[in-house]
Design a protein around this ligand. Structure first.
Ligand SMILES: [Zn+2]
Length: 214
């Protein structure tokens, strides 16, 4: 019986340590002394959408980080350049938007490296937020792995722009990391929720930075 209890305790301790090691290296929010928050856009660049986002950000004089899919960047290098030219930062979101838990280790790492040829970034965000411990341990050697404080769920067509805004409102605070999508599925909700989020955050005295200049 004692041995049984001991084994259970050891198993829990190992699980706890693994989770701790994982959480410690992954960034969920930034501890920033000022009222700074971080806007991020996943899945671009997209032919008919990226420039609309850039227009909104320019009008609001806000900088953001774009976690780009390598294959989209390969097809639209001019959009990737436009993002950079406007002073925004680029992150790696794999070459083919792979789900880490369902992709063999070597395939996943090779896909991230392939994307790197187009993106040239120090930041990585796993698609779907799903990454195995082994994939994570390898990638963290070369990247800061950035998760999020709140996601807008802007791709969900069951939600209204107001509901998307509501999901990220609470993250408009010091060091918050907010996710919108540069993805046609999210266009309708995102284009309406984004400017409202920015104005709401500004009303609270927040400013915006990219991960490059944090
Ligand atoms: Zn994604």
């Amino acid at each position: 019986m004692k041995i049984f209890v001991l084994v259970i305790v050891i198993i829990f301790a190992v699980i706890f340590l693994l989770i701790f090691a994982f959480q410690k290296g992954v960034i969920w929010q930034i501890f920033h002394p000022q009222k700074v928050l971080y806007l991020t856009f996943d899945d671009g660049p997209q032919e008919n959408l990226t420039r609309k986002i850039l227009d909104i950000l320019r009008q609001e004089d806000v900088k953001a980080t774009f976690f780009c899919v390598g294959d989209c960047a390969r097809r639209h290098p001019e959009l990737l350049q436009a993002i950079r030219n406007e002073g925004h930062a680029i992150g790696n979101h794999t070459m083919h938007h792979l789900k880490g838990w369902k992709t063999p280790y070597k395939t996943y790492i090779a896909d991230v490296e392939e994307a790197e040829q187009w993106l040239n970034s120090r930041f990585f965000r796993p698609p779907y937020g799903k990454i195995s411990l082994r994939q994570y341990l390898q990638l963290k050697k070369n990247y800061q792995i950035i998760f999020w404080t709140a996601i807008s769920y802007d791709w969900d067509r069951q939600l209204s722009p107001q509901q998307c805004l509501h999901k990220v409102e609470a993250a408009a605070r010091r060091g918050g990391i907010v996710v919108f999508h540069d993805n046609p599925k999210a266009e309708k909700n995102m284009l309406e929720a984004l400017p409202r989020f920015i104005r709401m955050a500004k009303d609270k005295g927040m400013t915006f930075k990219t991960f490059e200049d944090r």
